[in-house]
Design a protein around this ligand. Structure first.
Ligand SMILES: Cc1cc2nc3c(=O)[nH]c(=O)nc-3n(C[C@H](O)[C@H](O)[C@H](O)COP(=O)(O)O)c2cc1C
Length: 225
């Protein structure tokens, strides 16, 4: 697979097959993605990788928590989205919800089904490998942006192995449960989870293509005529 195909075929995968991933591949991905650029080469990412028994134990703890409380009401340690949302960003987010829930046949006025789908985040959409990406709290926006580079390097490299991925900010809502399980030091905070596995591309949760704004909406060209 060439780099163009890797970029083009990446999706946020929301249903995985029950098929293990060779641990060597996971380690290779995590190591290779660190070739991502970072300002001043700070390499601000920390990664925690779980599979097998530890992942099952962790998921069991999380399931108990989300049976007691609606995670959508849990406060995050960083602001995931502006409140209120505005303009094109608000529209795109809404469109994304319509597309995802529409594909799954979930009525937007059905709170139980919507919560059920949201909570699949906390099963990593059945992926056999789960990562958590954390950052030192003392680092700033520049280094947070570098996390995005690392995450996308992971996602594109995973395509090279025929794997799918899903970055998951939803986990920021359960930062305390994650922190306790991983025994995160006080200076580290959770940015997101990241699911890795063989994606069920035919599943309704994956059976749509997310739209993108027209080039003219986000880029102004100077001197290219
Ligand atoms: C940092 C980050 C966090 C995300 N968090 C979630 C999440 O918690 N749950 C989820 O289902 N998708 C999550 N996504 C996936 C986005 O919704 C998805 O990338 C976007 O809708 C575009 O779709 P595509 O990735 O399939 O092209 C996240 C993506 C990024 C980059």
């Amino acid at each position: 697979m060439d780099v163009f195909e890797a970029v083009d075929s990446r999706i946020a995968c929301r249903q995985f097959f029950d098929k293990p991933v060779d641990p060597k591949i996971v380690k290779d991905l995590i190591a290779r993605a660190a070739r991502a650029a970072s300002g001043g080469n700070l390499q601000s990412w920390n990664v925690y990788a779980l599979t097998g028994k530890p992942l099952a134990e962790f998921k069991a703890i999380v399931q108990k928590r989300i049976a007691r409380e609606d995670p959508r009401h849990s406060k995050t340690k960083y602001q995931v989205y502006p409140d209120p949302m505005f303009g094109a960003y608000k529209d795109r987010r809404e469109e994304h919800g319509i597309q995802l829930y529409g594909s799954l046949g979930i009525d937007r006025s059905d709170p139980v089904a919507r919560l059920g789908q949201f909570n699949k985040n906390f099963e990593f959409f059945d992926a056999p490998v789960a990562l958590f990406i954390t950052i030192d709290r003392r680092l700033g926006p520049g280094q947070w942006a570098d996390l995005g580079g690392y995450i996308h390097a992971l996602a594109f490299l995973a395509r090279g192995y025929g794997l799918d991925t899903c970055p998951q900010e939803a986990w920021a809502r359960l930062y305390d449960t994650v922190g306790e399980f991983l025994r995160l030091p006080d200076n580290e905070m959770l940015f997101c989870g990241f699911a890795i596995g063989y994606g069920d591309r035919k599943h309704k949760a994956n059976d749509f293509r997310s739209p993108r704004a027209e080039l003219s909406e986000f880029c102004k060209f100077y001197g290219f005529d």
